[in-house]
Write a protein of this length. Sequence first.
Length: 133
Amino acid sequence: MELAMSQRTVLVAEDDRLIRLVLVEALMDEGYSVIQVGNVLEAVAAIGKNPTFDALITDVDMPGSLSGLDLAAMVSSVSPRTTVVVASGRDVSEEIRPEWTFMRKPYSLNRLLTLLDNRLGASGLCPRFAEAV
């Protein structure tokens, strides 16, 4: 579901509803257009409807037979310019490709937003968040 209109679009794939809502709100406050999904199959459907987005933020462990790592690999193969951020509460750094960024949960929203601003262009719209998700 697309939530806002902007030049920078982020696909958030996170099965934990509360984490997803916090991420979506923070990204929207920064001026991003956000597409949010709860599993990899929903993400694939969202990509089919809107194949152009600037960044993917995905959890690793999600319901279904495909993981966030599978999703990240699919997105990277189709759209190598897309910034990929992989998040997990467990260390999967060995499985992270060099062009991806791994964020161990809990991570700070400030760190994530700064990373996106650096990769996609700073928005400077809102003060940063200190909370971790």
